[in-house]
Design a protein around this ligand. Structure first.
Ligand code: IPD
Ligand code: CA
Ligand code: CA
Length: 276
């Protein structure tokens, strides 16, 4: 029989993730403070990667591997597949908001989630320029810098502030996306586009945004935010209303009322071929 390795409770795991994120955030801020070369490269259309993304990811993996040597990783800059096994897997975005970071625009996050048996058990999002740390451990609530957070209780669109990300790689959906946008421009207080999906999700959990939707996201953009929102009392689905929101690349999140308002609008305005 394989020996069972005991890694302590999830709080200990969160502690290690926080140490990794803190170190990575310091490193990221040093690129701006010391005016270091970012050596920007393009992975595809409008898809940037910098030296800082690679260094942040290596540092986070090093800290986690030291504490949990048998664990697996699904990390943006070094993954080889999207497959998730039942083994403990850390899902990492070393900079969520690389375009912001590269332009010196101050909203960029480190996002770290832990999945066990393909289920999220821990999530952490650190907005590195403002040092806001959003955390959750399954069943224990959601926190911002150690204080409990909860989704908002706004139930009418006219009182709601929403967030999204604009398509920038696969532009086939743009016309439909603008139709959804038009509805929200007429019916809500506004739609923000901070440029970091992880931050958008964290702000839904903290009740700053009442809802969020985006097309084309990857698991490392959303894995941590999903658990943080669930622990903050929010609702998440894919665009069909199902639960394929980690890998499905289409997400709607919010308090229950705003989630259902956004989902209905998407299903009314976006062609079925983009919904699934
Ligand atoms: C991006 C950000 C952005 C979202 C993109 C993501 P990256 O992540 O989350 O807000 O609109 O779809 O790819 O590339 O900066 O890690
Ligand atoms: Ca990302
Ligand atoms: Ca990234």
């Amino acid at each position: 029989m394989m020996p069972i390795r005991v890694y302590g409770d999830l709080e200990h795991n969160l502690d290690i993730a926080m140490q990794a994120a803190d170190k990575a955030a310091k490193l990221l801020r040093s690129y701006h403070k010391e005016n270091k070369d970012l050596a920007i490269q393009f992975k595809g259309k409008n898809d940037l990667v910098t030296k800082a993304d690679l260094a942040s990811e290596a540092l986070i993996k090093e800290v986690i591997s030291k504490a949990f040597p048998d664990d697996l990783f699904l990390a943006e800059e070094s993954h080889t597949s999207w497959e998730l096994s039942d083994a403990r897997t850390w899902i990492i975005d070393p900079i969520d908001g690389t375009t912001n970071f590269a332009h010196g625009f101050p909203t960029y996050c480190i996002s770290i989630a832990l999945h066990e048996n393909k289920q999220p058990v821990l999530g952490l999002i650190l907005e590195a320029s403002k040092s806001e740390m959003f955390t959750a451990v399954k069943g224990k609530g959601a926190f911002l810098n150690g204080r409990p957070i909860h989704v908002s209780n706004i139930s009418e669109p006219k009182h709601a502030l929403l967030a999204t990300g604009f398509p920038y790689k696969d532009l086939g959906i743009v016309d439909d996306y603008l139709e959804v946008f038009k509805v929200f421009m007429h019916e809500t207080q506004g739609v923000r586009r901070p440029g970091s999906a992880a931050y958008d999700l964290a702000c839904v959990a903290a009740g700053r945004f009442d809802g969020f939707y985006e097309y084309g996201l990857s698991p490392w953009d959303v894995a941590a935010g999903i658990l943080i929102i669930q622990e903050a009392g929010g609702v998440l689905t894919d665009w069909e209303g199902g639960n394929n929101y980690v890998f499905g690349q289409r997400i709607v999140a919010g308090n229950a009322a705003m989630h259902s308002y956004i989902l209905n609008t998407i299903q009314k305005k976006i062609s079925p071929s983009f919904i699934r």
